[in-house]
Design a protein around this ligand. Structure first.
Ligand SMILES: Cc1cc2nc3c(=O)[nH]c(=O)nc-3n(C[C@H](O)[C@H](O)[C@H](O)COP(=O)(O)OP(=O)(O)OC[C@H]3O[C@@H](n4cnc5c(N)ncnc54)[C@H](O)[C@@H]3O)c2cc1C
Length: 539
């Protein structure tokens, strides 16, 4: 009889989101198998923007610095530009504060505009070093089935064609936008399939003397061939251009045509440009959400759950935040700390976030196109630029969204007023929101965010030992019963977003479950009983 490989979780897909799920599972001590059918991680840059919230997550895996050095840096990421050609006139310029690789006081991390191939490789190296993970590439997951107790699949080694049966308690399918798992569990992708086929061309050339100081994260170039979006990949020789104007009916984009387009966009004679085209990948724009994010024991993550068009760089970042939301819940259920129903809150909490961003990415596409339309019709360019500001300035959207579920205290007061909710962010302690960052040492090495990851944490705000006594005693009770919860004391809460708080209960994904101010009539045990996902409550 064939031996069956038993595991806690099978992760299908070893790209950005599958590898992130693997790292999260490992950090929570969950033994798992990850498979990807590719021989190795991506050799094409694909997604470029890793937003501040994603970088806070990657900080947890100890790869923040390694990822940061792959980015193009502060100067390149301050704005997007619309220009005729590198040697021609500029049409528009729009600031992109959320792309800017620069530190801010409300986070220990900065966004990185880099390249997916480099980041995937970093994640892959980190994932396969973890003892809880078995990471297998060039392996296809096939014949997935589930029953009341678990899931079964065949893992086909594409090198030897040997098949191994695997039995897992749960499956996380991060198998991409064309997810076969999504179809298998009867959850079609609802939404829009745009009739835009992108030709994604990676090339090497020294464009520095023509770029000059007109640097930008995205350079929308309007030539006689139409619009092409030029993107510096390393701030030096490596470039990528996305061309939306090639009809796939005409077959593959020939290398010579790609070369012609690029020469035209630079605006010089072909003989002046030393250019090497490295790869051309077609990409069809799809935006939408899977009907559901799970079915029974199978969960969808990343592009399998929600597909984005690239405008605004939100696709993979939504995948990272979904994985962050899901994996601790799987771990808590598997470890017997929480009831199965905890898993329902993945879709309940993450779907509204993804839905909002999918709509925004579509709107961003329209706003970017509107700049060109306004220019062509001699319209109000200042207004078109202002409207397009949301494309790369969305700190409010990524830092201040609030999950709504029984796991988080519902706020009765509105959040602090900002001029623009999408763009602006004021860090505060609120139920369902990311717990704020504050540095814990003068060297600025340790952040409050570094406390979160595996346990529930009760942050006692202030140095008064007596004030925390009731919390300590309650937390000890839950801990004694086996629930993973601990206290962290914030000695210097003044001048931080925690100043008004007495205690803040934070989930393993760094989200505030509940919080109290001094003089709050609710007791620690009352709050813990209500907001911890305890089995005896049957939530
Ligand atoms: C050419 C191109 C350019 C892009 N450019 C951008 C961009 O500019 N900006 C942006 O935001 N996004 C861009 N994207 C999209 C971005 O790459 C995705 O959003 C991101 O990769 C999503 O990650 P994921 O892990 O969810 O899925 P994917 O990266 O799609 O990974 C899914 C993985 O699952 C594996 N898999 C599938 N089925 C099986 C199976 N049965 N067994 C084993 N393995 C399986 C696949 O091999 C694949 O590695 C681009 C995509 C492409 C193709």
């Amino acid at each position: 009889m064939t031996e069956i490989r038993e595991t806690q979780v099978l992760v299908i897909g070893g790209s950005l989101i599958g590898l992130t799920c693997s790292l999260l599972l490992s950090s929570l001590g969950i033994e798992h198998v990850l498979v990807d059918r590719r021989p190795h991680t991506s050799d094409h840059p694909r997604a470029r923007l890793y937003d501040r919230r994603t970088m806070e997550l990657l900080r947890r895996f100890g790869v923040q610095r390694e990822v940061e050095v792959t980015g193009i840096g502060d100067l390149w990421t301050r704005q997007n530009r619309w220009i005729h050609s590198l040697t021609g006139p500029q049409i528009a310029e729009v600031p992109t504060e959320s792309f800017q690789m620069a530190p801010v006081d409300y986070s220990p991390s900065m966004p990185v505009m880099g390249a997916q191939d480099l980041i995937e490789e970093t994640l892959w190296k980190a994932a396969r070093e973890q003892p809880a993970a078995e990471v297998r590439f060039y392996t296809n997951a096939e014949d997935l089935e589930q029953d009341a107790d678990g899931c079964s699949a065949n893992l086909r080694d594409r090198d030897t064609d040997q098949v191994e049966q695997v039995r897992a308690r749960y499956v996380v399918a991060a198998d991409g936008v064309n997810s076969a798992t999504r179809e298998l569990i009867g959850c079609p992708l609802g939404g829009q399939t745009f009739d835009v086929y992108m030709q994604d061309i990676l090339f090497e050339a020294d464009l520095s003397r023509w770029v000059g100081n007109r640097v930008g994260g995205l350079l929308f170039m309007l030539t006689r061939y139409g619009m092409g979006v030029y993107q510096p990949m390393d701030g030096a020789l490596r470039w990528r251009v996305q061309l939306p104007n090639w009809d796939p009916e005409r077959g593959d984009l020939p290398v010579e045509t790609a070369r012609e387009y690029i020469v035209e966009a630079v605006g010089v004679d072909a003989s002046e440009l030393d250019l090497e085209i490295q790869s051309i990948r077609p990409w069809r724009f799809i935006a939408g959400l899977s009907k559901h994010f799970s079915n029974g024991r199978i969960f969808l993550a990343g592009d399998a759950a929600h597909a984005f068009i690239p405008t605004g760089g939100m696709g993979s970042n939504a995948g990272f935040s979904g994985a962050h939301n899901l994996i601790w819940k799987l771990a808590y259920v598997l470890q017997g700390h929480a009831p199965d129903s905890l898993l329902d809150t993945y879709e309940e909490e993450h779907r509204p976030v993804a839905e909002h961003r999918v709509a925004l990415s579509i709107e961003n596409g329209q706003l970017a196109a509107n700049i060109v339309r306004t220019y062509m019709s001699d319209g109000d360019m200042a207004e078109a630029e202002r409207n397009c500001h949301q494309y790369g300035s969305y700190e409010g959207m990524i830092m201040a969204y609030e999950y709504r579920s029984a796991l988080c205290q519902a706020e009765t007061e509105p959040p602090p007023t900002v001029e623009n909710e999408h763009r602006d962010f004021i860090p505060v302690v609120r139920g369902g929101r990311r717990a704020p960052h504050a540095w814990l040492d003068p060297q600025r090495a340790l952040s409050t965010l570094d406390w979160f990851g595996t346990d529930y944490v009760v942050v006692i705000c202030g140095a008064d030992e007596a004030e925390g006594a009731a919390w300590r005693s309650s937390v000890d009770d839950y801990r004694a019963r086996g629930f993973p919860i601990r206290i962290e004391q914030m000695l210097h809460a003044t001048n931080t977003p925690y100043a008004e708080s007495e205690a803040v209960i934070v989930r393993p994904d760094g989200v505030v479950a509940a919080h109290t101010v001094r003089g709050d009539s609710r007791s620690p045990s009352e709050l813990l009983d209500r907001y911890l996902p305890l089995i005896r409550r049957g939530r």
